[in-house]
Design a protein around this ligand. Sequence first.
Ligand code: TRP
Length: 334
Amino acid sequence: MLDGKKTLFSGMQATGNLTLGNYLGALNNWLTLNEEYECFYCVVDLHSITIRQDPAELRKRARALLTLYIAAGLDPVKNCIYYQSHVSGHAELSWILNCFTYMGELNRMTQFKDKAAKHSDNINAGLFTYPVLMAADILLFQSDVVPVGADQKQHLEIARDIAERFNGIYGNVFTIPEPYIGKVGAKIMSLQEPSKKMSKSDENVNASIYLMDDPDTVIRKFKRAVTDSDNQIIYTDDKPGIKNLIDIYSLTTNKTVEEVVKEFDGKGYGDFKMAVGETVASILKPIQDRVADLNKDKAYVDGIIKDNAEKANYYATKTLRKVQKKVGFPEKIR
Ligand code: TRP
């Protein structure tokens, strides 16, 4: 809770390209949340360096992500879209919270185990304390709700545990965050393995539609989408490929599943895939045009970045001062 308004916080990694799944399942549902919540969307570059990064690449991807969020319709004045590295409170609170987190708790984190196995040449302490930094992100803004996917549930749990532990010692310092359960976001599946979620880190580029894919690529990927062989457009779990395409078409045309099934009654997969491809391409086009415009207007985007960093800093400092006082740091002499 900040200034009487509930707070929503989300952090995103600038790795890989945002997909249609990210858009239809998350981003597109967030566009009006600012009416109800004070919303923070943080590009978590401090988290990114737990895996070795190429510096120029990281900077480029972080900017691209931030730009894409604005282009996709998140109003950057009503939503605080900013870089984590521009708000030093994240790192400062993270240090303090490290001292209230147990090795045993962190040892249980499945993402740490996965990443440590995957990057066995670089199992650094930052990778281990990644969840503490994430807790700091959330608690710094007294966040009430955090939209998280299944893979981040455990991290939100530990953030709650740390907050409760801290509050237990020092009184009510932190808001205890809850997972954000909004309108059930659509779960968009891989175009190549429809039993798997569409993921920006999928190695097969044909499995995902990236928001920056040009129309030809979009249409080609839909044409190649894995379906079954019976050529009937029916919505059933037995036909996960077609079910996924119906979901995508339904969401992008605002038609119900029944309407879609009726529209394509008697038609074949070829026609249907073409229609889905063309519709998705037409949804992505204005977003891509807006990205191009924003890329041309460096001063405007820079202004947004500066203003939002200031806004985030203002709130972060408030929480941080309170915490520093609680743990016994002397007040600064002004
Ligand atoms: N760990 C999250 C992910 O990989 C990103 C993240 C960092 C985050 N800080 C956060 C998500 C705070 C929600 C809230 O997706």
